[in-house]
Design a binder for this molecule. Structure first.
Ligand SMILES: N[C@@H](CCC(=O)N[C@@H](CS)C(=O)NCC(=O)O)C(=O)O
Length: 216
């Protein structure tokens, strides 16, 4: 069955999926769309209008974490535990990354010092939890790479892109989180999953929001 991934160049949710598809060496076609002026065929295919959207023949899958699970089902070497309970725990770890992505994106958009400091405090709360998990296991669920880890890749890709422009090291005091990010970005074919010019495009897009972190 042919796979078409409808995407948008700097979407963190899309990057989860392209990283997994490439890592697992699953062939797919990628169709970038203009997210502001969405094409009619896309709105028709996915009335919820979000990317990533995976077109599988004439079927449509949305939600990056659900798409990850489908992709995983296509490979002989599953990245998920077999046991339903463990699978659910793994999924919970993946879901946790959604909050981290949201807080992190909010921080990069914060336009005042107060909003930035609040965002930073919130992000540190999440990093504390991650550091605790990663003190116990190399990856987010176990010592082996699992599907949940792909959900975290965009956080580190964005951090890496923005770090030259940040006055503070957001990962200071979180050595395990830092190591985890380095490990994830070094996975085979993951770095190449970022679109060409990713760092520059991301920075330009963030600049349009006139964020506080770029003004100090
Ligand atoms: N929970 C969704 C979030 C997807 C999402 O918010 N995608 C954004 C791009 S980063 C989008 O499609 N926005 C278009 C819109 O809201 O109109 C997922 O994990 O796939």
């Amino acid at each position: 069955m042919s796979l078409t991934l409808v995407s948008y160049n700097i979407s963190p949710f899309v990057l989860r999926v392209t990283a997994a598809l490439n890592y697992l060496q699953i062939p797919f076609e990628q169709k970038d769309i203009d997210i502001i002026n969405k094409p009619e065929w896309f709105v028709k295919a996915n009335p919820l209008e979000k990317v990533p959207t995976l077109l599988v023949g004439d079927k449509v899958i949305q939600e990056s974490l659900v798409i990850l699970e489908y992709i995983n089902s296509l490979t002989p070497n599953s990245l998920l535990p077999n046991d339903p309970l463990e699978k659910a725990i793994n999924r919970g770890r993946a879901e946790f990354s959604n909050d981290v992505v949201g807080i992190f994106l909010g921080l990069t958009a914060a336009s005042t010092e107060e909003a930035y400091n609040n965002g930073l405090a919130e992000l540190k709360w999440y990093f504390d939890k991650l550091e605790n998990w990663l003190n116990q296991t190399k990856f987010i669920y176990s010592d082996e790479l699992t599907l949940a880890d792909f959900a975290y890749i965009p956080i580190f890709a964005i951090l890496q892109a923005l770090s030259p422009h940040l006055k503070v090291n957001l990962l200071e005091g979180y050595p395990k989180v830092q190591q985890y990010g380095t490990t994830l970005l070094a996975l085979p074919r993951v770095a190449a999953s970022k679109p060409e010019g990713y760092e520059q495009i991301l920075l330009e897009r963030i600049k349009t929001r006139k964020p506080y972190f770029l003004s100090v």
